[in-house]
Write a protein that binds this ligand. Structure first.
Ligand code: ATP
Length: 215
């Protein structure tokens, strides 16, 4: 990580991929500049936050001009290491895992699932969405050293034991789609996405915190 990046607050860093995706679209439609109001409308982040975020990137918008799309894009590409492909592994080729293998992530960034693991003999040895599926028993032998990110889509009871093995093997970050809360050493980063909880919370918010319709 370079000095510039280490100064960016985590909350800002989390919004980077969102900005990047939108700016790429703007760029391909030939736009040279964008105002914070336009950006705010598109990415649904308030414009004061956008201005503050962008000030960390050294991008100072000019009044009546906005931000230079090319400058921002090249900054994001560098910061997000978009010139380099990040290979990711996926564990658990069930319904959700299979959907990720088909979707893969190359449309919007340079992160790619390059291999998957499962215990189901029906799935081992197959290619799904162009991604080879290996026997989880062979994880230690097969997982390349440069793969440091894993997506977990196994049943919850299997998650912790697999996590422990992944960490021993050098995985640094896990995108955990299982409902299991994982115990990991401090230096390992876990991002937890529980789709059922997210959906339930959306329904709850709709019921109890209705958004006032502007007349
Ligand atoms: P499916 O209908 O294909 O089983 P699912 O998402 O409903 O999909 P799950 O029971 O959640 O099924 O399992 C997800 C995937 O994780 C399956 O492919 C299953 O073979 C695999 N799996 C189950 N236990 C383990 C384990 N201990 N290690 C690795 N993979 C596992």
């Amino acid at each position: 990580m370079n000095i510039e990046q280490s100064k960016i607050p985590q909350a800002t860093a989390k919004r980077l991929p969102l900005y990047y995706r939108f700016l790429k679209n703007l760029h391909s439609s030939g736009k040279q500049r964008v105002s914070s109001a336009e950006l705010s409308d598109a990415v649904k982040v308030d414009s004061a936050t956008i201005r503050r975020d962008f000030s960390y990137f050294g991008a100072l918008g000019k009044k009546g001009y906005g931000y230079n799309v090319n400058y921002l894009l090249s900054f994001f590409r560098k910061t997000l290491d978009q010139d380099e492909t990040t290979n990711v592994c996926l564990i658990g080729v069930g319904n959700l895992g299979t959907a990720f293998l088909h979707y893969n992530f190359t449309k919007n960034n340079n992160t790619v699932i390059s291999l998957a693991f499962d215990i189901d003999k029906e799935k081992i040895g197959k290619e799904i969405g162009g991604v080879p599926v290996y026997n989880l028993d062979d994880l230690e032998e097969i997982l390349p050293d440069d793969v440091t990110v894993a997506i977990l889509t196994v049943p919850a009871p299997a998650a912790q034991a697999i996590t422990d093995r992944l960490i021993v093997k050098g995985i640094k970050g896990i995108l955990n789609f299982t409902p299991a809360r994982l115990n990991v050493p401090d230096q390992i980063r876990i991002h937890h996405i529980d789709l059922a909880v997210e959906l339930q919370s959306l329904v709850y918010f709709l019921k109890h915190y209705p958004i006032d319709e502007k007349s």
